[in-house]
Design a protein around this ligand. Structure first.
Ligand code: THU
Length: 141
């Protein structure tokens, strides 16, 4: 196992205070999920370089394509407040299975940072990665 992999499957107690706090914010945000179709509750929290945090939850729509993921809601809230420099994003899923961010959210993240830390987890476990690892050779103009 290399060092990168040693960082995986961390118990939440092993995370730095700042990132633990971000993950806790994502968990709280998941309570606001509007997901009457999938019943999948997701929360996200993004950390700006200046220390500010913005949260988001998934918001579904009867016209399914109108659904937006928690990660993109958090990023849109930050960008709409003129915050565009990010260090980390945490994603919490109310599920027993761990899910990494979807492809569209990865593309959304890489628009603003190529080295953002990405934490995703549930009540038991979390993974810590970064956007470069999750979306190598990303599309950029
Ligand atoms: N979802 C997210 O919020 N983030 C992801 O990265 C993947 C999927 C949401 C969208 C939808 O409301 C539900 O999870 C099922 O796809």
């Amino acid at each position: 196992m290399n060092n990168e992999k040693n960082q995986s499957n961390l118990k939440q107690t092993e995370l730095s205070i700042e990132l633990k706090n971000l993950f806790d914010s994502a968990k709280i945000a998941s309570e606001n999920a509007y997901s009457p179709y999938s019943h999948f509750k997701v929360g996200a929290a993004i950390l700006c370089k200046n220390g500010k945090q913005f949260t988001g939850c998934n918001i579904e729509n009867a016209s399914f394509g109108g659904t937006i993921c928690a990660e993109r809601v958090a990023i849109c809230k930050a960008v709409s407040e003129n915050e565009k420099e990010f260090t980390a994003i945490a994603v919490y899923v109310q599920s027993e299975k761990l899910f990494p961010p979807c492809g569209m959210c990865r593309q959304f993240m890489v628009e603003f940072s190529t080295d953002m830390i990405v934490i995703y987890g549930n009540e038991q476990y979390l993974e810590i990665s970064n956007i470069g690892e999750l979306l190598p050779e990303s599309f950029k103009l």
